[in-house]
Design a protein around this ligand. Structure first.
Ligand code: HMG
Ligand code: MG
Length: 312
């Protein structure tokens, strides 16, 4: 298989943690519901490709996201991975947390919004009502020994509200950190960000006292900007990057969202920069080719297509 030539850049970190979201952010947006056994095999294959954080599913209301309604059936099928792989799950409220903890989840994620429109569409709450809903979730999850991630959607633009002022993002980030989230993920839910905006927001968050080492970035690739935005974030000290194998994804409650940054495209770039991720690109590509067969359409990832010689 072709591999990129390695040329290091001293301004970049030596290691990047890839937070794989394909099985959750990817599959939640598939029209057809993928069988539980296929999801379990997908996650096992992702783990054998070297991914060490693999978001598994969501304990949300099954009517809101029917594609992930099998969380109770799926999660126990992953238990052989639990020693080696972190398997975060989304929990919007205490009911979701109860379901997750009952199955032994040790990594959970709440998901806030920087905008009122998306908070309403995604959580049926205002921004502040959603934060109030998360408070007891975060407190109880931490008391139970779980690691808590706080997602923040629409950090760079919103399909209903347009531009999102950085002050709105900073305020919600502050609340998530203060309530006890161990890490945050800054979501470009509809993929509109460009590098200057990423740099400016990271500077604003740093000025507001939000520690950069607690931040991850979550770029969707709608306008082809996800990799350049990622490189910008790495130059500003971020070392956790969300990505989705094969570029699966979108968001059922934000119609203009397309897939996440493809994990293979990310690994190709990081391999070329000599940045350690622990991921085996050959195995990962084979996994996405297999998943594309399950879904009956080619992967949108440029790297998957190039390496597997899929039809363009
Ligand atoms: P609601 O209708 O306001 O819920 O939905 P409620 O609190 O009024 O409860 C209504 C009923 O739902 C009750 O049942 C609850 O028990 C039940 P009843 O008493 O009527 O029989 N219920 C639940 N059942 C199972 N599991 C639960 C649960 N909670 C309540 N957890 C709610 C509010 C938050 C539940 C709903 O809006 C929801 O589930 N939303 C999830 C939406 C979602 O998953 N979106 C995608 C993930 S976010 C994303 O993709 C963005 C991200 O990738 C980052 C980025 O790209 O920006 C993370
Ligand atoms: Mg997303």
């Amino acid at each position: 298989m072709t591999l990129p030539m390695v040329v290091k850049d001293p301004r970049l970190p030596a290691r990047v943690r890839i937070y794989e979201v394909g099985a959750r952010d990817g599959l939640q947006n598939e029209k057809a519901t993928v069988r539980t056994e296929v999801k379990a095999e997908f996650i096992h294959r992702l783990a054998s490709a070297g991914l060490r954080t693999v978001e598994a599913t969501s304990f949300v209301h099954p009517k809101w996201v029917p594609q992930l309604a099998d969380a109770e059936a799926l999660f126990p099928q992953l238990q052989d991975l639990a020693e080696a792989v972190r398997l975060p799950v989304l929990v919007p409220n205490e009911k979701g947390l109860d379901r997750a903890l009952a199955l032994g989840a040790r990594d959970v994620a709440v998901f806030a919004s920087a905008t009122e429109s998306f908070a309403r569409a995604n959580l049926n709450r205002t921004v502040d009502e959603a934060l109030a809903m998360f408070e007891p979730v975060v407190t109880r999850a931490r008391a139970a020994g779980a690691h808590v991630r706080g997602y923040l959607s629409m950090c760079f633009g919103d399909p209903w509200e347009g531009a999102v002022p950085a002050a709105q993002v900073t305020r919600v980030c502050r609340r998530l950190v203060d309530m006890g989230c161990d890490e945050l993920s800054l979501g470009d839910t509809i993929g509109v960000a460009t590098p200057g905006q990423v740099a400016a927001l990271l500077r604003d968050l740093n000025d507001a006292g939000i520690p950069t080492d607690r931040l991850g970035v979550h770029f969707h690739d709608t306008y082809g900007q996800a990799l350049s935005n990622t490189l910008t974030a790495l130059r500003h000290g971020v070392t956790t990057v969300d990505a989705s194998a094969g570029g699966l994804g979108g968001c059922p409650y934000a119609k203009s969202a397309t897939g996440n940054l493809a994990t293979e495209d990310l690994v190709w770039m990081l391999d070329g920069l000599g940045i350690d991720t622990g991921v085996d690109l050959t195995r990962l590509t084979a996994t996405s080719v297999w998943m594309a067969e399950q879904l009956g359409r080619p992967s949108p990832s440029r790297t998957v297509r190039a390496l597997s010689h899929q039809e363009q």
